[in-house]
Design a protein around this ligand. Structure first.
Ligand SMILES: Cc1ncc(COP(=O)(O)O)c(C=O)c1O
Length: 443
């Protein structure tokens, strides 16, 4: 039989293990090896695998109605999900738009912002200032917003690169500055960029409030968030939070925005944990006040076949019901602190761990060649790949990131499902410790 190539596997990499099944925070491959899901896949499986409330909901919804086109039908599932998100986000968002994933959610967020500007007589606004490093998705428009030139690659001539400012990285501040001073400087650079671009041409500023794979859980000090909101208000710029990874409870609050309550974003993008990996889904949250001018001009000029499909919305309702029933937002905070402290304790002996950072269970574990100088491993060491292989052979499946040739450092995303308990934290830390020991002795 002709064997089709499934080209998601990167060239040169050995074939991925084949997944057989999952249960809770465990995964099994076809050979029967068991792994802890140390990064929730791509930080998506927030409630773990094979959750029976969700699997029963999937069957029940499919038996009733799986698909009903969102421009023709409303469904109980999408009405319930919208109301639930309004209540759980609790920041005055009373309108939302459902899509099928994170890139689509971010695309919808900037298109919504632009349509709002046009509908309110501010056609001059179109620039979306974002930060580097950052990741906001892989569609052509989002490549222009993403702050990581590696993703542009051969596509660079095909989209508009948006203005970029520096993301403050507390572990790697500019030379001679404390993390606080560095964040202050980064904010001043943002102010300068707004003025240079011309404030009346700036549509929106986009940030990941707690960073995903591009920064490994980095976030700015409180004052940065407060001043960012003030800057946007001063110039009529919309503030967009990309909470594709940080939202839905991952950081120990339902939205990462809740960590900075005086800095309410105008638009929030969600995906991943929203449906916990059980169905493709993304969403944007806005206020009906912002939506009204767009409605008055005929409605949001955007859509996808699967937007607000009942199957995905029913799944997300069931996932969020589990988040509430099991108090997973609080658990993310408690277990995240426990995990962070345990890794900090490991760092005394495991000298290749440079930093553990993040909020809740959105944690990045940065590896270094030297803890004192924070020097990264040279390219040729291929350190992350080696460490990840040790983790996998010790039954810990990890996602990692080394962007821009390693100039920002390199890290693994320590982001297990939010259902982990104290025992699971112990198990993760033991496996990590064994993997780091094997990795260090191999160097
Ligand atoms: C912060 C952030 N934004 C956007 C995206 C894109 O989401 P998706 O891969 O679902 O398109 C991701 C995915 O990792 C992300 O982490």
């Amino acid at each position: 039989m002709h064997r089709m190539q499934h080209f998601i596997t990167p060239s040169g990499s050995s074939p991925f293990p084949q997944i057989a099944r999952g249960e809770g925070y465990y995964l099994w491959d076809k050979q029967g090896n068991r792994y802890i899901d140390g990064s929730s896949g791509a930080v998506a499986s927030n409630i773990g695998h094979a959750n029976s409330h969700v699997t029963e909901t999937i069957k029940a919804q499919a038996d009733q109605i799986a698909f009903a086109y969102g421009r023709v039908w409303e469904s109980e599932a999408n009405i319930r999900l919208a109301n639930r998100l309004g209540a759980m986000s609790d920041m005055g968002y009373d309108a939302c738009f459902f899509v099928s994933g994170g890139s689509e959610a971010m695309e919808a967020a900037v298109k919504f912002a632009r349509q709002h500007a046009v509908a309110t007589g501010e056609d001059s606004r179109w620039k979306v200032i974002s930060r580097a490093p950052s990741y906001h998705g892989s569609t052509l428009a989002m490549l222009g917003v993403t702050g990581d030139p590696e993703f542009s690659g051969p596509f660079a001539p095909m989209f508009k690169m948006m203005p970029k400012v520096r993301t403050p990285l507390p572990y790697r501040p500019l030379s001679g500055l404390t993390p606080e001073e560095d964040a202050r400087k980064a904010f001043e650079e943002l102010e300068v960029t707004v003025h240079q671009e011309g404030p009346s041409s700036v549509l929106a500023i986009v940030i990941e409030p707690v960073g995903g794979t591009a920064t490994g859980g980095a976030y700015a000090p409180d004052f940065y968030h407060t001043r960012l909101r003030q800057l946007c208000d001063e110039h009529g710029i919309l503030l967009i939070y990309d909470e594709v990874m940080s939202g839905a409870g991952r950081t120990g609050k339902f939205l990462a925005a809740h960590h900075w309550p005086d800095c309410r974003p105008d638009i929030v993008a969600l995906a991943k944990g929203l449906s916990g990996g059980y169905a493709p889904l993304g969403a944007i949250l806005v206020s009906s006040e912002m939506l009204q001018p767009i409605r008055d001009q005929g409605g949001f000029a955007h859509g996808h076949t699967y937007a607000a499909n009942p199957q995905s919305c029913a799944v997300a309702n069931a996932v969020l019901e589990e988040v509430e029933r099991l108090d997973l937002v609080q658990n993310a905070h408690v277990q995240g602190e426990r995990l962070k402290q345990a890794v900090k304790a490991l760092m005394q002996e495991r000298r290749s761990v440079g930093d553990i950072r993040g909020k809740g269970l959105l944690l990045g574990l940065e590896i270094v060649a030297d803890q004192d100088t924070k020097a990264s491993f040279p390219n040729e060491v291929n350190a992350l790949a080696k460490l990840k292989a040790h983790c996998a052979s010790n039954g810990l499946m990890m996602l990692s990131r080394r962007l821009s040739g390693g100039v920002y450092g390199e890290w693994m995303m320590l982001c297990p499902p939010l259902i982990i308990d104290e025992n699971a934290v112990g198990e993760i830390v033991d496996r990590l410790d064994q993997s780091l020991a094997a990795f260090e002795s191999q160097l």
